[in-house]
Design a protein around this ligand. Structure first.
Ligand code: GLY
Length: 352
């Protein structure tokens, strides 16, 4: 097991390679009451209904996927916590992908102004990104993740056996975040990924990939928990990625939208930051190898629509769209006010 420390408003550990059931049992003994929040597919896969009576914890079955991250589910959870008379010695455990850990963390942040919570991510994207760093929240009519709180878990348990349950498509979507991490900081991740023949080989090296990605995220978050500036480097590929994800009405995986966004950000970095075109080609080759998309259909995702969504993104400032780009591999930089002609020309290079 690899234990990686995060220093935020509290200090906690991300335990990569720890078995989830003993972890849950120890959380159970440390708290008076425990409520596990998990989506239906995870409940089935892990036999959580049976375990809840064996280990005496309560269970809230959330809808699958992004649909659980909304106010209706939050309200149901608050009602459940009220009926269970949840107090300050009690804890919530989120078991699932990023949507579940974001939801569980947000409910923990808001109940009694903050009770303990723990994350057991079950997807690669959840392990390397969503469950680490304390960003919790839900989606509302106004947009994705606009309502939330920076609120760290007490611990994160990353049992890699969950990854066996993921389709290649879902695993690859998580790899987009791993690739991002390599480009913004730990280039050894990229050397390793270039050596792999295919996704099967990447799966066999999950421990190394997850541990290295979490180490980068933990380091960035520990320096800038509330995203003053440095933490924004984690958004490499996400400015366009979020717009594509929203435009696709969340029918694309987050990592797939980010993959296109990574390609776009690298292409934009060529004129904006002198990023070498040969390196953009290598980035594209890596995304291609794992079956990740790098281009978009211009009819389905017209530029004006994406531009409008990017301008409305919570990370734009004074209506200016900000991108994280690269000066070289492993060295991110801010592209603060890219010329609109340049943005459109870059879009045309990824549109088909
Ligand atoms: N997913 C980006 C962040 O946690 O800041």
């Amino acid at each position: 097991m690899n234990e990686i420390s995060v220093h935020a408003e509290i200090d906690y550990k991300v335990r990569v390679g720890q078995e989830w059931l003993p972890f849950l049992q120890s959380v159970r003994t440390d708290h008076t009451k425990v409520l596990v929040v998990a989506p239906e597919n995870v409940v089935q896969l892990a036999g959580l209904t049976e375990l809840s009576s064996r280990f005496n914890f309560d269970l809230f079955i959330a809808p699958d996927g992004e649909a659980q991250k909304n106010f209706t589910t939050v309200e149901q959870l608050w009602k459940k916590l009220g009926s269970l008379e949840f107090g300050r010695l009690d804890a919530i455990v989120g078991i699932g992908g990023g949507a579940t850990t974001d939801l569980a963390g947000f409910v923990a942040a808001t109940w009694l102004r903050g009770i303990a919570w723990y994350a057991i991510p079950t997807t690669l994207a959840g392990m390397v990104d969503a469950a680490v760093g304390g960003k919790t929240g839900i989606n509302t009519e106004a947009g994705k993740n606009l309502v939330g709180s920076f609120y760290s878990p007490r611990a994160v348990c990353e049992d890699l056996t969950w990854l066996d349950s993921l389709s290649d498509r879902d695993f690859a979507a998580g790899l987009a975040e791993v690739i991002k991490t390599g480009y913004i900081r730990d280039t050894s991740i990229l050397r390793t990924l270039h050596e792999f023949r295919d996704i099967k080989e990447a799966r066999r090296h999950s421990l190394e990939l997850v541990a290295k990605s979490v180490a980068v995220k933990a380091d960035v978050v520990s320096s800038d928990f509330k995203e003053g500036k440095l933490r924004e480097i984690l958004n490499f590929g996400h400015t366009l990625g979020h717009a594509i994800e929203k435009s696709a009405d969340f029918q694309l995986r987050h990592g797939e939208a980010v993959s296109i966004g990574l390609h776009f950000a690298a292409l934009l970095s060529e004129p904006a930051l002198d990023f070498p075109p040969s390196e953009t080609a290598k980035l594209k080759a890596l995304l291609d190898k794992f079956g990740l998309p790098t281009h978009i259909d211009h009819q389905r995702f017209p530029w004006d629509q994406l531009l409008g969504l990017m301008a409305g993104d919570k990370k734009s400032r004074d209506g200016r769209i900000r991108f994280i780009g690269l000066t070289s591999v492993g060295h991110p930089a801010w592209i603060e006010s890219a010329d609109s002609d340049l943005l459109q020309a870059t879009y045309e290079r990824i549109a088909e």
